[in-house]
Write a new protein. Structure first.
Length: 260
DNA sequence: CTGGGGAGGGGGCCC
DNA sequence: TGGGCCCCCTCCCCA
């Protein structure tokens, strides 16, 4: 599906969204401000955290994303610590998230390596999350809304149990973050921030190896893989490594790993 | 066909 | 508890 289908063009600028709800201290996000304040306003030459250059871990489709990280390896570029830390404050010990009205389930799952991890499972749809807060967000946006509706979306039929959840949902309709240059609209300010860089040409994230620059930090991380002899994603059959999960999947689907 | 860049979305963490 | 930020993932497109 073309990306353009995911965004809405605001051609009627007489009906401006309420940007006061969106603007953070980093005012460059607002499309109505960067005319008055010359670019670049986004911090220059952002330096990646040291973790971005740490020795990589080779992932295969077996160990990828469910296994906890080895304890002697620091998380790669902020790899969600919750995957390896199930004793976080979100669900520690006696502070069980369960209550008489809470149909969520704290389950212990065992991965293919026998490592036991705790997961918070939605009692309505069985979807599991590594943290209780993640489960809460899910329930607010989806399952609880189906069972205990109170706040209705005026743009569609969805209903939510909290005003906050509804406001978050409405953003997907109103797309309040509008690019002043091309009219594309986004639901989140940081999406607009990244989009604006496509117009300004600003690329604050530079590769230390080839000096190539990128507008998006994630894309720089993907690019860094291309400089590595041993890449992050490994075929479990032929041991060939790939810089991206999608390339590994393509490789496996192309027939290398027919003998599973 | 493969590899890589551009772009956008979802989930988790933190304040 | 809500919102912002960050990271990872995915899709699309192109060389």
């Amino acid at each position: 599906m073309p990306r353009s289908f995911l965004v809405k063009k605001h051609t009627n600028f007489a009906k401006k969204p309420n940007y006061s709800e969106l603007e953070s201290p980093t005012v460059f996000i607002s499309p109505y401000i960067y005319r008055a304040i010359p670019l670049p306003l986004i911090p220059q030459a952002e330096i990646l955290s040291p973790g971005a250059y740490s020795p990589i871990t080779v992932w295969t489709t077996n160990n990828l994303p469910l296994s906890p990280l080895p304890s002697d390896l620091s998380p790669i570029s902020g790899y969600p610590s919750s995957l390896s830390d199930t004793s976080s404050k979100d669900h520690s010990g006696s502070e069980s998230p369960r209550s008489d009205e809470d149909d969520s389930i704290l389950t212990k799952l065992t991965d293919p390596h026998g490592v036991e991890t705790e997961k918070f499972q939605c009692g309505l749809c069985s979807k599991s999350y590594s943290t209780y807060s993640g489960l809460l967000k899910h329930k607010q946006l989806h399952c609880d809304a189906q069972s205990r509706k109170s706040f209705s979306c005026k743009y569609c039929e969805k209903e939510y149990v909290s005003l906050g959840a509804l406001k978050m949902h409405i953003r997907t309709h109103t797309l309040p973050c509008v690019c002043k240059i091309c009219g594309k609209a986004f639901s989140r300010p940081w999406l607009l921030q990244g989009h604006i860089r496509t117009h300004t040409g600003e690329k604050p994230f530079s590769c230390p190896h080839c000096n190539r620059a990128f507008a998006d930090r994630s894309n720089l991380r993907a690019h860094l893989q291309t400089h590595s002899d041993v890449k992050k994603y490994q075929c479990k059959n032929c041991s060939k490594t790939f810089s991206r999960m999608s390339l590994l999947h393509k490789h496996e689907e192309s027939g290398c790993c027919v003998a599973h």
